[in-house]
Write a protein that binds this ligand. Structure first.
Ligand code: DLZ
Length: 173
């Protein structure tokens, strides 16, 4: 298993931009909050370590992961953001709730990214067990909140540096 071989949260800091001018939104689901709040800590530490200022960090909490896309939409309408990180944890149970929630969140965030042009980062754990979640929220497999923050900074850089007036990706001449 790939995750058994490396800590997924290690990254090359030299590849990350200086984030002192970036404004980042974070939406955190409270369901499984022992996990999601640990993910948020990893995310917060990484963002601030790379220069994001407290006043440029906009955080909202939503009840569960299903509400992440609408939380992100509300935040995007309220603030001028360079990227939005969505943090959640959906643990497999006896029913198929996890499949419905995960698919809806993934699709919702892709749609929001495309509709707003802003990077929306999928910082949602989808483990089979609570133990697997703990392993990825500051445990033996690192902290996925760190990875979400790193992804957001890289995408925010891309967003900031997009060529002015060249917003189309059409194949025409
Ligand atoms: C209902 C539900 C269940 C069963 N499990 C989870 C979960 O593991 N992780 C999570 O983030 N949310 C869960 N929820 C709540 C839904 O995301 C949502 O908040 C409710 O269905 C209300 O829309």
């Amino acid at each position: 298993m790939a995750s058994a071989r490396k800590n997924l949260s290690t990254y090359d800091e030299s590849n990350l931009p200086d984030a002192t001018e970036y404004t980042i939104g974070v939406v955190v689901a409270d369901w499984n909050e022992d996990i999601t709040h640990a993910l948020y800590e990893g995310c917060y530490d990484t963002l601030t370590k790379h220069g994001v200022k407290e006043e440029n960090l906009h955080v909202v909490q939503v009840p569960g992961s299903f509400e992440l896309p609408s939380g992100a939409r509300i935040l995007a309408g309220r603030e001028k953001l360079d990227a939005i990180i969505c943090i959640g944890c959906v643990i497999k149970g006896e029913t198929k709730h996890d499949e419905y929630i995960n698919n809806a969140v993934a699709q919702g965030l892709v749609n929001l990214s495309i509709a707003t042009g802003k990077p929306c980062i999928f910082g949602v754990l989808t483990p089979n067990t609570h133990e697997q979640a703990v392993d990825r929220a500051g445990g033996k497999h690192g902290n996925k909140g760190v990875e979400a923050a790193v992804t957001a900074l890289r995408m925010a850089e891309l967003y900031r540096n997009k060529p002015e007036g060249k917003r189309s990706i059409g194949f025409g001449g």
